[in-house]
Ligand binder design. Structure first.
Ligand code: KG4
Ligand code: ZN
Length: 340
């Protein structure tokens, strides 16, 4: 089955085509980063309007690259969680195309897409595996038994890891989005100048809490001259604290589940220090650590087309309704039903 996937949940407009036999045929992402940079964060109304402008040209391009509209046998779109106005653009276009082309349509979960993104790679991990999802909106650890079978082992009680990166970057005077900029600044930081806490690692459990970290950064920098080196040293120590916390919790989750594979997905999964540290941990403990390639860690439609394919090819379909959900707990997800 050949599936078109659309992603418009936040500030990336993305389109992809995934084929059950041939794999990923085409994918394009347009990032609105520059549009929102002036405001220091995503402005929902501007995001929706820009998705409207960019979605159809991207769609044309991807269809041209992948063998045309006539070969599409199903349409998938991100129906949540995300900004409702932004989601509605992708949902309305996807549902209309499916209606016009007389093919089935399905709205899928953005985070489930991130979680299964490593299945786009040539040597995908086998179920069951432990997955660490670290994005701007979510931080969670799940035991993944199969498609739609997610046991949530722990999650953030406050800020998501990416959110903590973005907020701390702002404190350090960096632009939006802060995560990659803070990571770049941290490269020049000297280890050991600052030390920030590893939240919730001193007690059992797999939940996270990152909001206290930015306060720790504020306190440490109070009454100091914020020259370039000091900011880099703070960025280094902040990144180190987040990365070490994530590694400790992943090790715990692997021990608790006896899983032999760990998947790290979501935007923060693009962080180089995190990637290196997790790989080193995996090598030490005999665990396979799998990352989607960087472009499939951040928001993209390849993961949405793949997930849509997994569900549509198993016979799952939506009715004619257009679905957009700001919130959608992963625990509500179910495995795709077999063909009717
Ligand atoms: O998954 P994603 O693209 O969008 C969401 O669904 O949230 O994740 C975006 C988040 C942002 O908070 C961004 O700052 C963070 O991922 N991020 C990074 C890096 N690249 C993106 N954080 C740390 N280091 C990076 N290299
Ligand atoms: Zn995302």
């Amino acid at each position: 089955m050949r599936v078109l996937g659309l992603e418009t949940s936040c500030d990336e407009t993305a389109v992809a085509v995934y084929d059950g036999d041939a794999g990923l045929l085409a994918h394009e992402v347009y990032s609105q980063v520059e549009l929102h940079a002036a405001y220091g964060g995503v402005v929902p109304e501007l995001a929706s309007r820009d998705h409207l402008r960019k979605l159809l040209p991207l769609l044309k391009k991807v269809l041209a690259e992948s063998g045309g509209a006539a070969a599409i046998q199903g349409v998938a779109y991100t129906s949540g969680p995300g900004l409702v106005g932004a989601l509605l653009v992708g949902a309305a276009v996807a549902r209309s195309l499916a209606y016009a082309w007389r093919v089935p349509c399905i709205g899928v979960h953005h985070m489930e897409g991130h979680l299964l993104a490593p299945l786009l790679e040539p040597d995908p991990p086998q179920f069951p595996f432990v997955a660490l999802l670290v994005s701007g909106g979510h931080t969670l650890l799940a035991h993944v038994h199969g498609v739609g079978q997610y046991e949530i082992l722990g999650q953030s009680l406050d800020d998501a890891a990416g959110e903590a990166f973005d907020k701390t970057a702002k404190l350090l005077g960096l632009g939006y989005p802060g995560g990659p900029q803070l990571a770049a600044l941290a490269e020049r930081g000297r280890p050991g100048v600052f030390r920030f806490p590893r939240p919730l690692t001193d007690r059992p459990g797999l939940d996270f809490s990152f909001s206290g970290l930015k306060t720790a950064v504020v306190v440490a920098l109070r009454d100091r001259e914020l020259d370039d080196q000091t900011r880099a040293d703070a960025a280094q120590a902040f990144e180190e604290a987040v990365v070490e916390t994530l590694v400790i919790k992943c090790r715990r989750a692997l021990a608790a589940t006896d899983a032999r594979s760990l998947v790290v997905a979501g935007g923060v999964g693009a962080n180089r220090r995190l990637r290196a540290r997790m790989l080193a941990m995996g090598e030490r403990d005999g665990v396979r650590v799998v990352y989607p390639r960087v472009e499939f860690c951040t928001d993209n439609a390849a993961m949405i087309a793949l997930l849509g394919h997994l569900r549509l090819a198993a016979g799952q379909r939506d009715d004619l309704a257009i679905r957009a959900r700001a919130r959608w707990p992963m625990t509500e997800l179910v495995p795709p039903a077999g063909p009717a």
